[in-house]
Design a protein around this ligand. Structure first.
Ligand code: BG6
Length: 469
């Protein structure tokens, strides 16, 4: 017997991308840290391919929005680039070409009846601000970001009514300060990482407040990568390890932007360990007043953790509270080595309902990157990415179940609408509904894009009864 999984009315069926991963460099006034990383170390990137051209969204966006409509997207998130919109980072003076580009993008989205959500920051700190002020370690950078955000809100206030502040701030902390996999490649800098976390939370609060003052009807939120921790066992020590992992990696951001303060437990641990951030007296009230209207959750994979075995760390690191554990039963996406565990979406939804019952949220990214998709091309030239369709079906199954049980999830966005450039992997693993041929930038809709159109049109899809339980 089969069942039709119907989603709530006005559900967002969409996809995400980001400026730095799609637009290309042309016309930008400044480098961001990812651009710099590529300029100084091309070999870090698969086949030496960089963000200089990327998917050339800069020149193809009009056609790309038409294709997005064709695959049924009713909404689309991308990020505007600080480094394109602002000519002078200190004074906030605007770049007219940057304005013109984003206005043209807004017109193209509108012409195709696609709700456009603008994000302000997708890992793309201007390099000047890192070099001059140590980036997010500096409070001055918070002020400059607020200036940029206010300018953007003012510019686009008549057309854009949904904004997000940061995409996955924890990745900037993990990648840039703790484990070194992103530029500036600092490692084991726990105390500095905590300061960065604090400043991003503060910037989020200030920008949220500025937006609410400008447009009381509009909505603004933050996008957090949730990698929920599953403990190895019921042992108290393993449970505590999982609890700390969640506390540090994502509850820090969610509590601060929904409850208006960090979790007390986290503050106590950081204080006891001597790594608590530096704050100003007025900050407490700044944080407490400025709540996100909604949350975006990027979910790709869970985290399996266990208690540590008392390793000694020379410098403070969150890892002194948990160790990673390899779950023997895991199913893995071999191209990225990420565990595929769709039920986590149900668990996350339950957690959201329990901890933040009044805050609506959406899945702002999930997806599966696959290497060498040309293998799956059929005789008509279309990539038959059944693995991607199954991946989404499984995730949507669990999401639907959670919604039926009361979760206030209002949408599902995949990564990505088109194949995009990735940090390090460049175009090795493809994520899009729409294939991008890097030789000539032609676009071809994959089988998953046609499938998504149907899902969006019917606001759901049919499955064999509970095939994934
Ligand atoms: C998300 C990011 O974490 O994962 C995207 O928001 C990113 O920017 C996506 O591209 C997929 O990860 P990756 O590293 O394979 O590009």
């Amino acid at each position: 017997m089969s069942t039709f999984l119907k989603f709530p009315p006005n559900f967002l069926w969409g996809a995400a991308m980001s400026g730095p991963q799609s637009e290309g460099w042309l016309g930008k006034r400044h480098e961001n840290i990812m651009d710099t990383w590529y300029r100084i170390c091309r070999n870090d990137f698969y086949k030496g391919v960089g963000p200089d051209v990327a998917s050339d969204f800069l020149h193809h966006f009009e056609n790309d929005f038409r294709l997005m409509k064709e695959i049924g997207l009713n909404s689309f998130r991308t990020s505007i680039q600080w480094t394109r919109l602002i000519a002078n980072l200190e004074t906030g003076e605007l770049d007219p070409n940057g304005i013109a580009f984003y206005q043209a993008m807004i017109r193209a989205a509108k012409a195709n009846e696609i709700k456009l959500i603008f994000n302000l920051h997708h890992f793309d700190l201007p390099t000047d601000l890192l070099d001059r002020y140590a980036g997010w370690e500096s409070r001055h950078v918070v002020d400059l970001f607020v200036k940029y955000a206010k300018t953007a809100f003012q510019l686009f206030k008549d057309e854009i009514h949904e904004w997000t502040t940061f995409n996955e701030p924890m990745v900037m902390i993990d990648g840039g300060y703790l484990y070194g996999y992103h530029y500036p490649h600092y490692k084991n800098e726990g105390k500095r990482a905590v300061q960065v976390l604090y400043h991003i939370v503060l910037a989020n609060a200030l920008v949220t407040q500025a937006y609410h003052q400008l447009d009381p009807e509009g909505k603004i939120g933050i996008i957090v990568n949730v990698t929920p921790a599953y403990p190895r066992s019921d042992r108290k020590e393993d449970q505590e390890a999982a609890r700390f992992f969640d506390l540090f990696h994502w509850r820090s951001f969610l509590d601060a932007s929904i409850h208006g303060h960090f979790p007390d437990e986290l503050v106590e641990i950081l204080r006891k360990d001597g790594v608590l951030w530096k704050a100003e007296a007025k900050d407490e009230s700044l944080l407490s007043l400025n709540r996100s209207d909604f949350i975006g959750i990027n979910y790709y994979h869970p985290t399996r953790v266990q208690a540590t075995e008392g390793q000694i760390f020379e410098k403070w690191l969150p890892d002194q509270y948990y160790a990673h554990y390899d779950w023997p039963e895991k199913r893995v996406d071999p191209y990225k080595d990420w565990e595929i565990f769709p039920k986590a979406l149900y668990d996350i939804a339950k957690e959201m309902t329990k901890r933040y019952p009044k805050t609506p949220w959406f899945v702002s990214e999930t997806g599966m990157g696959v290497h060498d998709e040309g293998r799956f091309r059929n005789k008509d030239g279309v990539i038959e990415d059944l693995y991607r369709i199954n991946f989404y079906k499984e995730h949507l199954f669990w999401l639907h179940k959670a919604i039926e049980e009361g979760a206030s999830c209002f949408g599902f966005h995949t990564w990505a609408a088109l194949d995009c450039w990735s940090w390090n992997n460049a175009y090795k693993n493809r994520y899009g509904f729409i294939e991008v041929d890097l030789n000539d930038q032609t676009r071809t809709i994959k089988k998953s894009g046609r499938w998504y159109r149907q899902v969006s049109l019917e606001n759901g899809f049919e499955i064999e009864e509970d095939p994934f339980v």
